[in-house]
Design a protein around this ligand. Structure first.
Ligand code: G3H
Ligand code: 13P
Ligand code: ZN
Length: 307
């Protein structure tokens, strides 16, 4: 199918209370893994590229790769810019055929964030492209930070209502306790679920959970067993996903879990098969393992069968 506009996916996910998985890609194997998993489970899927993915692979190559795989898939596939930096970058992606862009001006004060996000929305409307904006700050929250200081980083429901009204964004990324990467929590996940509900009540639109990898202990153990070094890596657990979705999350962003599984499989294969130097014999199994991770996520998010 041709690339799908994300607004269509959001509309149904919001109505039926499930989430769509966003999987970050920058190479052929991750694109095949994500689309293959979605086809197998008859699910809609979002492929996202960050600025560094675009820098790594080149925007033309990424778009051509995603299009050629998506065209032959009987499920809706959206191509999304993750953490877009400014209007120019968002426009570049729209011109190249992205069906959704994120503008992340969450570092700016509220007024400026609204102004920057609104400009992207106005431009995107002309092309039918969906826009995600972010309010609040993610980032590692240290143990010694006081509750009041921690709260200052999280998305304020009143600000969110104003932000969505004035920017016109289609989806809102919220800060509710998660952070990017493999080191999210010291132990059990701490997510402000009540805040998700409060924001949803005020804005009604699709909410997005960034930093949502679960940091699978088995992948971490394999990485460490085969020469890697990762300590105290913890992410979300299954009940956290369910609760977040129940309260209004409709898009869940996963990158770290794919990278961890990829690295675990590659490290193991390189150790177990010292004579192997055919990239397909190394990257192929890693791709298939990433595909299984994505299938697990799709099932957990409730989007299996929703294509
Ligand atoms: O949100 C960040 C994503 O995981 C993308 O990471 O900038 O290393 O591609 P990246
Ligand atoms: P993780 O690092 O938890 O996979 O989060 C990815 C993300 O939020 C991409 O925007
Ligand atoms: Zn993110």
């Amino acid at each position: 199918m041709p690339l799908e506009y994300l607004s269509r996916m959001y509309e149904r996910a919001n109505r039926e209370n499930y989430a769509i998985g966003q999987f970050n890609v920058s190479n052929l194997e991750f694109v095949q893994a994500a689309v293959g998993a979605a086809v197998e489970l008859n699910a809609p899927v979002i492929l996202a590229t960050s600025s560094s993915a675009i820098k790594y692979a080149g925007i033309e190559t990424l778009v051509a790769m995603v299009r050629s795989v998506a065209d032959r898939a009987p499920v809706p596939v959206a191509l999304h810019l993750d953490h877009g930096e400014d209007l120019a970058q968002a426009e570049l992606c729209m011109k190249h055929g992205y069906t959704s862009v994120m503008i992340d001006a969450s570092h700016a004060p509220l007024e400026e964030n609204i102004r920057i996000s609104r400009e992207v929305v106005q431009r995107a409307r002309l092309m039918g492209v969906t826009v995600e904006a972010e309010l609040g700050r993610l980032g590692g929250i240290e143990d010694h930070v006081k509750v009041s200081e921690r709260e200052a980083f999280l998305t304020d429901p009143d600000d969110a209502a104003r932000f969505v009204r004035e920017s016109g964004c289609d989806a809102l990324a919220v800060a509710v306790g998660t952070s990017h990467g493999a080191y999210k929590f010291k132990g059990r996940p701490v997510i402000d679920f009540e805040r998700i509900s409060a924001i949803k009540r005020r804005v009604g639109i699709a909410l997005v959970l960034h930093g949502a990898s679960s940091v699978d202990p088995a992948s971490v153990a394999d990485i460490n067993r085969y020469g890697g070094h990762l300590e105290d890596a913890h992410g979300l657990d299954e009940p956290s996903y369910r609760e977040a979705i129940l309260r209004g999350i409709n898009k869940v962003n996963i990158d770290t879990d794919l990278r961890l599984k990829w690295t675990a499989v590659l490290r193991r294969l390189l150790a177990e098969k010292p004579g192997e130097f055919d990239p397909r014999k190394l990257l192929g199994p890693a791709r298939d393992a990433v595909r299984e991770v994505i299938k697990e996520k799709i099932r957990l998010l409730g989007s299996a069968g929703k294509a």
